[in-house]
Write a protein that binds this ligand. Structure first.
Ligand SMILES: N[C@@H](CCC(=O)N[C@@H](CS)C(=O)NCC(=O)O)C(=O)O
Length: 348
């Protein structure tokens, strides 16, 4: 991602739902920001430096001018809305009725347990859930990684409390929340009730969208609001996990149309493309990626060499003669001389 000269630094992880929301918001408002990756897959959220900014060990965190540090996506968005709306369009509507609806829907989406939904999708049979997960959520590696996180999360947090007892209060609170959420993803019926909570909020969105006669309207306004940002990133997560058939293709046509439209929004595209770029860089660093790059490089060199050997006139690149490479084309002005010399040589 570009790193403009700005005092805003966003600590983020590309696959994180909450990070994606803030990134889409920042792009939509055209607020310049720099980014710092915190790889929560490798435990970087528990480094002492990061815990000092976010004692729960969670991304995103926004640091403004090295003085204000704000964890939590909703608090970040509120802060930016209050302090960075000068000359910029606000993403909370002014009209009181739309404002209330925007805040209600945004709050309902924010309250959904996206993390439990995500981890839970790896705990049950894909067919049973009717899922069509997308990369990387469809790979055995990602499914295993999610199951491992579920298994070891509490133990990891307990070990962090031993290392950093100053955060014991907040981390113990987090453990209690995780244990409550784990119950939702260890039991199929409970997971079903979690899915129904998502569907209930999507029903509200479907109903809201259906009230607009103008098809160019977004969720509550003719302009994109913070509720659209939450909804867009939520729909993207549901699609990645493979819930689109159940959640909108089968039964919520207005939402399906909305999802198609929001995908053309450039801020949305920028927010979700971070994870694709990250996947690619991770792949290139993996043993398989290094092998693939090596194979491509060797094939390219071999094909290039073959091309030179077949086509390049070595008399124009003297050094190639050293290797006996390239076609030895006779320059037109020497053709006759050679012919004559050859004739002299062969005609006795
Ligand atoms: N309420 C927070 C939730 C943030 C959150 O749960 N972040 C997740 C990633 S989506 C995280 O950092 N998890 C790392 C961990 O819990 O170890 C927000 O809105 O920003």
């Amino acid at each position: 991602m570009a790193s403009p000269n700005t005092d805003l630094v966003l600590y983020y992880f590309p696959h994180s739902f909450y990070s994606q929301k803030v990134v889409m918001y920042l792009h939509e408002k055209k607020i310049p920001f720099r980014t710092k990756l915190v790889n929560i897959n490798t435990g970087k959220q528990f480094s002492p430096e990061f815990l000092a900014m976010s004692p729960r060990g969670e991304v995103p965190v926004l640091v403004d001018q090295n003085t204000r540090t704000i964890p939590d996506s909703q608090k970040i968005i509120d802060y930016l809305e209050d302090n960075f709306s000068n000359g910029n369009q606000k993403l909370v509507p002014n009209d009181p009725e739309s404002k209330t609806r925007c805040e209600q829907l945004n709050h309902q989406i924010h309250a959904l347990k996206v993390e439990s939904l995500t981890y839970g999708s790896s705990m049950f049979n894909r067919m049973d859930l009717g899922l069509n997960p997308k990369f990387p959520f469809n790979t055995p590696k990602a499914r295993q990684q999610m199951q491992d996180i579920v298994t070891h999360r509490v133990a990891v947090l307990r070990s962090q409390i031993k290392l950093y007892p100053q955060y014991a209060g907040v981390l113990n609170q987090k453990i209690a929340e995780i244990e409550e959420n784990m119950a939702l993803i260890r039991n199929r019926d409970k997971y079903e009730s979690l899915l129904l909570q998502f569907e209930k909020v999507l029903d509200e969105c479907e109903a809201e969208l259906s009230t607009h006669e103008d098809q160019n309207w977004w969720l509550v306004s003719c302009k994109i609001t913070i509720a659209d940002i939450s909804l867009a990133i939520l729909l993207h997560r549901l699609w990645q996990l493979g819930f689109e058939f159940r959640m909108w293709e089968r039964s919520r046509p207005t939402l399906a149309f909305y999802y198609k439209r929001i995908q053309r929004n450039s801020s949305f595209q920028k927010a979700i493309s971070m994870s694709t770029e990250f996947n690619l860089s991770e792949f290139l660093r993996s043993p398989m990626g290094v092998g693939a790059v090596g194979f491509i490089a060797i094939t390219a060199i071999a094909l290039g060499g073959y091309y030179i050997w077949k086509n390049v006139d070595s008399s124009r690149f003297g050094f190639l003669n050293l290797f006996g490479v390239g076609k030895k084309r006779v320059p037109p002005h020497l053709k006759d001389i050679r012919f004559t010399e050859a004739r002299q040589r062969y005609i006795p």
